[in-house]
Design a protein around this ligand. Sequence first.
Ligand code: PRP
Length: 179
Amino acid sequence: MIAMDSQAKPRVLISRRQIAAAVSRLAAQINNDYRGKYPVLVAVLKGSFVFLADLIRRLDLPLKVEFVRLSSYRQGRQSSGKVRVVHGLDIEVKGRDVLVVDDIVDTGLTTSFLLDYLRRQQPSSIKVCALTSKPSRRELAVTIDYLGFTIPDKFIVGYGLDWDEKFRHLPDICIVEEE
Ligand code: PRP
C-alpha cells in the first residue's frame, strides 16, 4: 500500500485519447440498445462524475440522470465488505430502464449492493456501464454490460478517480507509484 505522505507520482496508463475513443464506443452501443427508450442513468458518486459528463454528451436519447453516494468502509485499498447508502435515489425507478454508471468495478461489492438496492424498486431493466474493471480484485461476480477498459491490479487515479481525494482532475487515467 502507498503511504499517504509518500512522493507518489501519477504515470499515464490510459490516455485522454484512448478514454475518448472508449466513451464514444460505449455511447454508440448504448444509443443502439436504448433506441426508443428513456433510461435513467444512475451514477455512483463521486468517481463517476467525469465519465458521466462525457458519456451523456454522446448519448442521443432522452434520459434522466440521478446520483447515489455509497460508502464501502474502505481502509486504504481494503474493503470491509460492507456498503451503506450515504445518499440514495431521489426518484422511483419502478418500471424504468436503469443504467448504472460507475468509473470502476473493483471488488464488485459496490455494484452488487447497488444492483440489489435498485432491484427492490422493480425497474423494468437494469444494466451496468463501467469505464474500468479490475477483475483480479473481484470478490463478488458482477456483469458489466458496457465496459471501457480491463485494467491490471494497480492503483489508478485521474478522470474522476482519486487517491485520498487527490488527482480526480487529471485528464488521463494514471497509475500511482512510489518514486
Ligand atoms: C469507487 C468507485 C466505485 C467503487 C468500486 O468509489 O467509484 O463506486 O469504488 O469499488 P468496489 O468494486 O471495490 O466496491 P470509492 O468508494 O473510491 O468512492 P469515490 O467514488 O467517492 O472516490
